[in-house]
Design a protein around this ligand. Sequence first.
Ligand SMILES: NC(=O)c1ccc[n+]([C@@H]2O[C@H](COP(=O)([O-])OP(=O)(O)OC[C@H]3O[C@@H](n4cnc5c(N)ncnc54)[C@H](O)[C@@H]3O)[C@@H](O)[C@H]2O)c1
Length: 299
Amino acid sequence: MWGRESPSPLAGEGWGGWGEGGHLKTILITGAAGDVGSHLRRELAGRYALRLSDIRRITKPTQGEAYVRGDVARLGDMLRVTKGVDAIVHLGGHSGEGPWKDILRANIVGCYNVFEAARRNGVPRILFATSNHATGFYQRDERIDHRVYPKPDSRYGLSKVFGEQLGSLYSDRYGLQVFCMRIGNVNPAPVDKRRLSLWLSPRDLAQLVQIGIEHPGIRFEIVYGVSNNQRTWYDNSNAERLGFRPQDGSEPFAAAVLAREKSSNDPIAETYQGGTFCRAEVGGDPARSYPRRRKASRR
Ligand SMILES: NC(=O)c1ccc[n+]([C@@H]2O[C@H](COP(=O)([O-])OP(=O)(O)OC[C@H]3O[C@@H](n4cnc5c(N)ncnc54)[C@H](O)[C@@H]3O)[C@@H](O)[C@H]2O)c1
């Protein structure tokens, strides 16, 4: 069952970031050198002690931050970097469609290692950055909530469904508290028509992450990581139930976005929420269709 009941919304609770015994909570961010990690570092600065982990070096950690190198695909690394933290925000991995071997290593093996290391080290809570691509094969004229059956649109989306289900298992079996955020697209502003429906502003992202860290009643939840967008495809009532009140919305950007967007002749991309991720590759080897690193622009 998706989205188990949690008592008491956050309203009225402290948002201070202090753990039991009065220590400032230490939050591990995997994939902290990436786009989302960079927004989060800025938005959460001073609120928590941030342990930043990535395979890429972070050269200038600021006050309250510490960098620890770690490859999520290596269990030993994850056992080391998860030690002693209060919660994990798991962002690290392959952040778009890609060859199976890359998705398998970074997103399937990597995700398993993060959850398993958390279990072994007694970390109570994981926030998992899942994606709209876990449900990308729902049509744009449908409105979906956190209870719908997943419909991944890509190997990438499939890996996010794996992570959500891993979270469900670790919650039920081991009592880990798991908060899955199906993120739309994090950006200072929405960049195209599709993302008018998916946009998540950095400050709304930070609010959702804080709920994931602080809300006392979380066992296993799936929420959508989207701002208050009029063109939304989501019923995000589960996030609202937990206290999420997004401050931003995409509509003020809509006229400018639509004016500069050329009309698309791609009926598949236009029909489904996942957009171009829903298109099948032509030819034998899907690995050849995707460069190793693709930037955030097509999420
Ligand atoms: N950016 C978005 O709008 C968006 C939308 C939906 C979901 N997400 C998810 O949020 C997370 C962060 O996205 P992003 O946009 O910051 O991606 P990004 O590609 O900018 O950052 C990902 C980071 O993970 C690191 N990484 C890759 N492989 C790793 C490994 N084996 N071990 C440790 N670190 C590794 C990379 O070095 C990179 O810094 C991803 O899991 C992505 O799937 C992002």
